[in-house]
Ligand binder design. Structure first.
Ligand code: ADP
Length: 268
C-alpha cells in the first residue's frame, strides 16, 4: 500500500510527475485507511447493541416464563436496542451512499423560513421539557434537496434537545445575511469542551461528557449533517462553551424569493 515512486533523474518534468503521482498515492492511501477505520468503527458500534440483545434474550430464556419483571425489562431493553441498531444502520447506509456518490439529490427552491417553522412545530409537539424560541425572517429561500436539508437542520436541533438539561432553552433563527441564508440553532446546554470542537464532525466522535450522560447517540449525526450542508455548498460553524451552551450557524446560498422572479421577468 505505501508504495511511492522514486525517480533518479535530473529532468525536472520527471521529478514533477513523480511528485504529483506520489501526492495522488498519498491521498488514495488516506482514503483507504479512513474506509478501513470506518468499517472497523461501525462493526465495533454494532457489537454493543447485539451483545445487549443477546444478554436479554438469555435472561428471557431462563426466567422469562416465570418472572413477569424480567419479562417486561427484557422486552423493553430488546426493543430499545433494536431501535438503536436500526438508527445506526440507517446512518451507516446514508454515509456509505454519500461516500460512493450514489445519492441522487432532487433540487428545488426551498422556503427555508417555512421549512424551519415546520420543523419547530414538530419538535415542540414532541418535547415538553425545553423552552423553544424561534425568530424567522419571512421568505428566506435557498435551493436544495428539501428532505436532506430538513434532515440536517433536525440533527442540529435534536442535538440541542439531547444535550440541554430540562428547563433549558433552545432558540432557532432564520435570516438572510448577504449571499447566505442563515439558520442559527442555539442552546443553553452542556456545551462542547474547546479541545473537542474540531472533532465533532468526525464519524463516531462523541465528547466524553455526552458518552457519560448516556444520551444514546451514535456519533454519526453531525458528520451526516455536515455532508448534507457541504453538498449544498453551505458551511457550518460551531461556537460553544462548556456548561454555557452551543451555537450552530448554518449558511446556505440564498436565492431570491419567487415574488422577486416575476418582477424580474416583467421588469416592474
Ligand atoms: P451523537 O449521536 O453523539 O449526538 P453527533 O455526531 O450528532 O453524535 O454529535 C457528536 C458529538 O458532538 C456529540 O456526542 C456531543 O458530544 C457533541 N455535540 C453535538 N451537538 C451538541 C450540542 N448542541 N451541545 C453539546 N454537545 C454537542
Amino acid at each position: 500500500l505505501d508504495t511511492r515512486i522514486s525517480i533518479s533523474s535530473d529532468q525536472n518534468e520527471l521529478k514533477d510527475l513523480a511528485g504529483a503521482i506520489n501526492g495522488m498515492l498519498d491521498r488514495i492511501n488516506e482514503a483507504y485507511r479512513s474506509q478501513i477505520r470506518f468499517v472497523s468503527d461501525a462493526s465495533h458500534e454494532l457489537r454493543t447493541p447485539i451483545a445487549v440483545i443477546q444478554g436479554y434474550a438469555n435472561l428471557l430464556d431462563r426466567w422469562g416464563k416465570n418472572d413477569e419483571e424480567a419479562l417486561q425489562e427484557s422486552i423493553e431493553a430488546i426493543k430499545s436496542e433494536a431501535d438503536n441498531m436500526k438508527d445506526l444502520v440507517e446512518q451507516l447506509l446514508f454515509l456509505a451512499r454519500g461516500d460512493n456518490d450514489s445519492m441522487q439529490l432532487s433540487m428545488e427552491e426551498i422556503n427555508l423560513s417555512e421549512l424551519v417553522a415546520e420543523i419547530m412545530r414538530e419538535t415542540v409537539m414532541i418535547d415538553p421539557n425545553h423552552e423553544f424560541k424561534s425568530k424567522t425572517d419571512s421568505n428566506v429561500y435557498t435551493i436544495g434537496d428539501i428532505q436532506l436539508i430538513k434532515q440536517a437542520i433536525r440533527i442540529f436541533i435534536d442535538n440541542s434537545v439531547k444535550y440541554t438539561p430540562y428547563d433549558g432553552a433552545i432558540s432557532v433563527t432564520t435570516s438572510r445575511d448577504g449571499d447566505y441564508a442563515k439558520v442559527v440553532v442555539q442552546d443553553t446546554g452542556i456545551g462542547i469542551p474547546p479541545q473537542d470542537i474540531p472533532h465533532v464532525f468526525d464519524r463516531f466522535f462523541r465528547a466524553d461528557d455526552s458518552r457519560a450522560r448516556k444520551t444514546g447517540g451514535t456519533g454519526l449525526g453531525l458528520s451526516i449533517a455536515k455532508w448534507i450542508i457541504d453538498r449544498h455548498r453551505g458551511t457550518v460553524e460551531i461556537l460553544s462553551r462548556k456548561d454555557i451552551g452551543t451555537r450552530i450557524i448554518i449558511s446556505l446560498p440564498v436565492i431570491a424569493p419567487p415574488s422577486a422572479w416575476s418582477k424580474l421577468q416583467t421588469g416592474k
